[in-house]
Design a protein. Sequence first.
Length: 228
Amino acid sequence: MRTAATEELELIETGNGGGAALPPLDGGGDDRRPWPSPEVSRRASFTAVQLALAAIVMFFMSLTSAYIVRKGLGGDWQSTPMPRVLWLNTLVLLASSATIEMARRKNSGASAAKPLTAEEREARFSSWWTVTIALGMIFLAGQLFAWRQLAAAGTFLRTNPSSSFFYLLTAAHGAHLIGGILALFYVAFRNWKRSRITQETAADLAALYWHFMDGLWLFLFALLTLGR
């Protein structure tokens, strides 16, 4: 004897009752796409990046402390000459912070005199974002050129404690900046239709990291120039 509960279960199984039919595990439909992943909240993303930046601050503060202590230990400390290209590198990195902000403004359309289409915003964003990537790579090339200048003058990693710290600090900053460049490439070429965060959020996160790298370099440059 068929009961009401049995009939309801049969209707659910066949997709003809009990509300909308349950989607199959493979996503259903003709495109066979999987269910979308839940979005990561903007606040959680910024919290993760801020924790990473805090760890970077602790790392460079430990190097700075070691630099100051080692300088005061003995008479073997010899000031390392600062290659002039470092001044140009600093200007390049400052310019990259300006261009990444221009990219973010173009992406949001906040700086436009008239409303822009999505295609226009994307084109302007991509242009300024690409300039930022180029400036970041120019900065790294300039750092390598500075190393070559020091090597040509006979100043190497093991020449004296001052030169050792110069190479160590600039290399550590350069390694972290490479991470920033990879983040810029990620924002530029990610397929955002299948991402758990929006391109705008990713751009804001990358910009935060990039500005931090800019400020960190200003601190290190001042330390190496004034504290040598």
